[in-house]
Design a protein around this ligand. Structure first.
Ligand code: OOB
Length: 549
């Protein structure tokens, strides 16, 4: 019999392991090391002690600067606080905090305990109940009120419907819940049961291509490899000042190389509470920020902001752009107008990350989405029948490697579709390879919307729309958009005929009322008498796209 804390571990249950011969190879090649995120903060503190680790606002709105030593001390207390409330190694804890000090503290404390953070975005609403259920979470961590939304109310609802007891911790006025501040009052715990490098360290969110987002189990060894290799590629060191502009819970600003990479290398992390020029330009100037990561629509907003000229942005050395396709013309403008090195990043929370290298020729940086981190990232580009295309031709990207998952968490049926029999992840992206081995993203085969870098499955919104009493049929597609990159457009067939169709406002209110994250509410709504179909009777989304164009 396993001790209880190991039996409950996310490392064994619902996770598709790497085949043993691959694991052996990744270890012997030095990718997977005998290191875990559990010791991360202690080792960094031993090495970088009094250097500044983190700047940002806490939930009181106070501006804090923490050294590596401060961060380790806080983490030890918060970990002890979680343990006091019964959280043990292997427990899943849904974390839904904005870019504030408590987010980093909580995540590092959970790693310390060997507990497994599940990363929700602040924008998620009814999705969170699903994450809690699917991960059988032991705890849920929220702000009190953020951007006008009371997360305690959401926690109450989730707790009412949850099938197991749920500890709720609030960074802010806690009401009937446990306050995050109280976790910090615990005497620091010296030790917790050791986790293994192959155990699951965290659960990331997938954009989703079907009904609801899937959870992505990343192990200590694979995640640390992607982080440390990324710090080398991006030349992160103690001089790096990394601003976290995107939500810190997203895989890109967390690990590519992100805040974990900056902390690993002894750099500084600056948390931006929001990504808008009015906030971030001041932070860049004040803290001499050297690097940050954006999605393309934000880069557009930065370039067109009148306040750019009023700030000294000259400290910015590298601007990473990823999460959605960057147009070559925009890429050229970024280089010319911001005067920094551009780095394109084509990555996915499931694993594979591609970077243009900092010393690549400008043409490569502008026109490609980079090449993989690892010599052992295996890429396969296939046609619709699964046959490899000729080199240089475009096709579906499949991948496996030392930091790409072999399956979603507790999702055997979906895994049978999303992964090939020989363990490749079907990315759903259409790409081609340049002669130099760089990837160019040409499009997407998956039925997903990538709005401002935030992805969601068309099917998730379609299901909600079909719940409207006056909607008989629904199809959601993505439409190119100047400001958002892509916007969503819902084509609806009303049950009462075209003249009795509900209004767009009514539809939007309905979708919001069902509790979907705001970014999933259709940007555009069109009514049709019937949806076009393909010869086999499926909704013809291509015809819908043509209609819009
Ligand atoms: C990142 O991760 P996810 O999981 O939010 O989204 C992954 C998907 C990719 O499969 C692709 O469809 C799209 O987002 N994508 C891009 C892209 N980067 C991501 N499409 C075109 N060009 C790009 N540069 O978005 C992510 C994770 C780690 C690092 C960077 C991005």
């Amino acid at each position: 019999m396993l001790p209880t804390h190991l039996a409950a571990s996310a490392g064994t249950d619902g996770v598709v392991p790497y085949p043993e011969h691959c694991a052996r190879r990744y270890r012997s090649a030095g990718y997977w090391r005998d290191e875990t995120l559990q010791e991360f903060v202690i080792r960094r503190s031993d090495r970088f002690g009094d250097r500044t680790a983190l700047r940002g606002l806490d939930h009181h709105g106070r501006e804090l600067t923490l050294t590596y030593r401060d961060l380790a001390a806080r983490t030890a207390r918060v970990a002890a606080g979680f343990a006091h409330h019964g959280i043990v190694a292997g427990d899943r804890v849904v974390v839904q905090l904005p870019n504030q000090i408590e987010f980093i503290e909580a995540v590092l404390a959970l790693f310390r305990l060997g507990a497994v953070p599940v990363f929700a975005l602040p924008a998620h609403r009814r999705e969170v109940a699903h994450f809690v259920e699917l991960s059988t979470a032991a705890a849920y961590l929220v702000p009190a009120v953020h951007a006008g939304f009371d997360y305690r109310e959401q926690a109450r609802e989730i707790r009412r419907s949850a099938s197991a007891p749920l500890l709720v911790v609030v960074a802010g006025e806690p009401a009937e819940f446990v306050s995050f501040d109280s976790l910090r009052t615990h005497p620091p715990a010296a030790d917790f049961p050791a986790v293994q490098p192959g155990d699951v360290a965290l659960l990331q969110l997938s954009g989703g291509t079907t009904g609801v987002p899937k959870l992505i189990p990343r192990t200590h060894a694979d995640y640390l490899y992607s982080i440390t290799a990324s710090t080398e590629i991006c030349r992160i060191d103690t001089d790096t000042v990394m601003m976290i502009t995107l939500p810190a819970a997203h895989n890109f600003p967390m690990s590519s190389p992100g805040w974990l990479g900056a902390l690993h290398a002894g750099g500084q992390v600056v948390l931006a509470p929001d990504p808008f020029p009015s906030t971030v330009f001041g932070l860049i100037e004040q803290f001499a920020v050297t690097m940050t990561a954006l999605v393309p629509p934000l880069a557009v907003a930065w370039l067109s902001a009148p306040s750019a000229a009023a700030h000294d942005l000259s400290s910015l050395r590298v601007l990473q752009i990823g999460g959605a396709k960057l147009d070559a013309q925009l890429a050229r403008r970024i280089i010319a107008e911001l005067g920094c090195t551009l780095q394109q990043v084509f990555g996915m929370s499931e694993g594979l990350v591609n970077y243009t290298r900092l010393d690549d020729p400008e043409e490569t940086i502008v026109t490609t989405q980079g090449r993989p981190i690892s010599a052992d990232d295996e890429l396969r580009i296939v046609d619709d029948d699964g046959m490899p295309v000729r080199r240089g031709e475009s096709g579906h990207l499949q991948t496996r490697g030392p930091y790409t998952i072999r399956g979603y968490y507790r999702a055997p049926e979906h895994n049978a579709i999303a992964f090939t029999e020989d363990g490749y992840y079907r990315t759903g992206d259409i790409v081609r390879l340049t002669p130099a081995g760089y990837l160019v993203v040409e499009g997407r085969a998956k039925d997903q919307i990538n709005r401002c870098g935030e992805k969601f499955a068309a099917a998730e919104v379609e299901q909600v729309l079909l719940g409207h009493p006056d909607v008989r049929d629904a199809a959601v597609i993505s439409v190119p958009d100047l400001h958002l990159g892509e916007r969503s457009c819902a084509f609806l067939v009303s049950s009462g005929g075209e003249h009795d169709a509900p209004s767009a406002i009514d539809i939007r209110r309905f979708v919001r009322g069902c509790g979907l994250a705001a970014y999933k509410v259709p940007d555009q709504i069109e009514f049709l008498t019937a949806l076009p179909t393909t010869p086999v009777g499926k909704v013809d989304k291509r015809a819908l796209r043509d209609r819009i164009e």
